[in-house]
Design a binder for this molecule. Structure first.
Ligand code: PEP
Ligand code: MG
Length: 535
């Protein structure tokens, strides 16, 4: 089936289903109408795709963020910034230092990394097409080679973030016409579904998309993403480089001011809806330049003092296994001022919003907790900061459950948590022992081909172990606190099959990237309909 027919066929099917169920004498029920449209079909009509043609596919990576993009290739974020035309940013993998270029690019293509890698998560959050882990692409200084074909910087590529296909030249994209019936269908979905749908959103722009798409709050605001643009990165670097307590306090104060405004904007967009703010999570080296890049620069000319300091810091914070290293709540134990600064920025923003007539509803979330004691200590500090703030603000403090140990000790952790949110990206990584950044471009393809795995567990939640840990964590957590609110904010929260599985565990909500919310609303309704038929 070609994609234009498919798109118009799907549109026709949606229109027919809505019309049949909304006639004065409906011939099908709303539930039947909802069951006629699959989440995949809905996703297909919400994103651009390529016009059908016999285009030659150069290579195929992972379809990491749906949609079609056409642009001239650039190989660095800085080149993307200088471009005057649409560009596709091609990188081995991306990290926070690439975000300014990722924002400009119309599409992102990486040669390493999977569906939970930085490039995939960030692109999905923005609704920007991305293909990740296209391992047959070799990167050189001013060109790339795809399966033997050389493509120079400035030449045009077309990438399909739905299928993962990469093509040479500009392929015509389809026009996405709004289908008003989709909104009717989704309103019916909202009447029927039991699972709440929140968004993973880190900026006011994303929060607006989320709200327009029907999100009922933010389930995960990754605060580190606020430090990723070019102006902000130097501030967090100053904090990392600080060699005295005074310098660190000064840098933290700067961070507090910048984060304060970000919070105000998000809270304004999400007024009256819950916003779960996760305190800083990633290993700090992610905010520093790559050691190799600094060494390369040093080979060309002597590093200035700032570069030397950065090199020293990059070496100091370098870890062999950063994703299981100094990150999450562990950072708060090493640098106590960090979470205090974030909490203060949030409290100031809440106070400002309230003074301006807003109703901010904020929850603070601590990442990567592994024990009750670890959470209790940090919670005490955050609570002291809240208590000492001049405004009288009550904030729930909860934690992510994203390690097997946290799931197994959830009864103890729940003593110090007002809510749980399962970070199923890390939980999958740690349950399988699969690096979320590497495994999809190394052995995942082989494992799927050999049927050692039925699905990519970073895409579709693993029902044999990860879901069991979620169930166990819920059961143990609610043994301590029967009414403990619980959500899932890993990427699985936007995957229709995973939503069906997770809905059966007893969670209250899923949180997913803003562009995936319509699909999540439909999937949650279909799950409720199926459950009611089965019972
Ligand atoms: C997770 O681990 O599932 C999660 C949501 O956190 P992050 O992806 O930011 O590590
Ligand atoms: Mg995580």
């Amino acid at each position: 089936m070609n994609s234009v027919e498919s798109r118009s066929e799907i549109a026709a099917a949606i229109k027919e289903a809505v019309s049949l169920a909304s006639n004065p004498t409906p011939s099908i029920s709303k539930e039947e109408a909802l069951m006629r449209v699959s989440p995949t079909q809905l996703e297909a009509v919400l994103h651009t795709s390529f016009e059908p043609s016999t285009h030659h596919v150069l290579t195929c990576g992972l379809g990491a963020s749906p949609g079609a993009a056409v642009g001239k290739i650039v190989l660095s974020a800085d080149e993307a910034m200088m471009a005057t035309e649409d560009v596709i940013l091609v990188r081995e993998e991306t990290n926070p230092a690439d975000v300014h270029g990722m924002q400009i690019a119309v599409g992102i293509l990486t040669t390493r990394g999977g569906l939970a890698s930085h490039a995939a998560v960030v692109a999905r959050g923005w609704g920007k097409p991305a293909v990740c882990g296209a391992e047959n692409i070799e990167l050189a200084d001013d060109h790339i080679i795809i399966n033997g074909e050389r493509i120079d910087v400035g030449e045009t590529l077309s990438i399909d973030g739905t299928s993962g296909e990469v093509m040479r030249g500009a392929i015509q994209t389809t026009h996405v016409e709004p289908i008003p019936e989709i909104e009717v269908l989704l309103q019916w979905a909202d009447e029927i579904r039991e699972l709440a749908i929140r968004a993973n959103a880190d900026t006011a722009t994303e929060a607006k998309v989320a709200r327009d798409n029907g999100a009922e709050g933010i389930g995960l605001c990754r605060t580190e993403h606020m430090f990723l643009d070019e102006q902000r990165l130097p501030i967090i670097r100053r904090m990392i480089l600080a060699s005295t307590a005074e310098q660190e306090t000064e840098a933290l104060q700067e961070l507090r001011e910048s984060q304060h405004n970000d919070f105000i904007e998000i809270l304004e967009e999400m007024d009256r809806l819950p916003v779960t703010v996760r305190l800083l999570d990633p290993p700090l080296h992610e905010f520093l330049p790559e050691i190799e890049d600094l060494l390369e620069a040093a080979a060309e000319q002597a590093l200035d003092q700032e570069q030397q300091d950065l090199l020293e810091a990059a070496r100091r914070w370098n870890e062999r296994n950063p994703m299981i290293g100094t990150r999450g709540v562990r950072l708060a134990w090493l640098k106590p001022g960090l979470y205090e600064m974030q909490t203060l920025a949030l409290l100031d923003a809440i106070a400002d919003r309230t003074a301006n007539g807003g109703t901010p509803l904020v929850e603070i979330m601590i990442p990567l907790t592994v024990s009750g004691e670890e959470l209790a200590g940090i919670r005490r500090r955050i609570q002291a900061t809240i208590d000492n703030h001049p405004s009288e603000i009550v904030i729930k403090i909860g934690t992510m459950i994203e390690t097997p140990r946290a799931a197994l000790t959830a009864n103890q952790i729940a003593e110090h948590a007002d809510f749980f949110s399962f970070g199923t990206n890390d939980l999958t990584q740690l349950t399988f022992g699969f690096s979320r950044d590497d495994v999809e471009s190394s052995i995942m393809g082989l494992y799927l081909e050999q049927e050692l795995l039925q699905h990519n567990p970073f895409q579709q939640v693993d029902t044999e172990a990860v879901t069991e840990l979620v169930k166990l964590g819920i059961e143990r957590g609610r043994r301590t606190k029967p009414d403990l609110p619980i959500g899932v904010c890993g990427e699985h929260g936007g995957d229709p099959v995973s939503i069906g599985v997770l809905a059966g565990t007893g969670i209250d909500y899923v949180s997913c990237s803003p562009p995936r919310i319509p699909v999540a609303r439909l999937a949650a309704a279909q799950t409720a309909i199926t459950q009611s038929i089965e019972n």
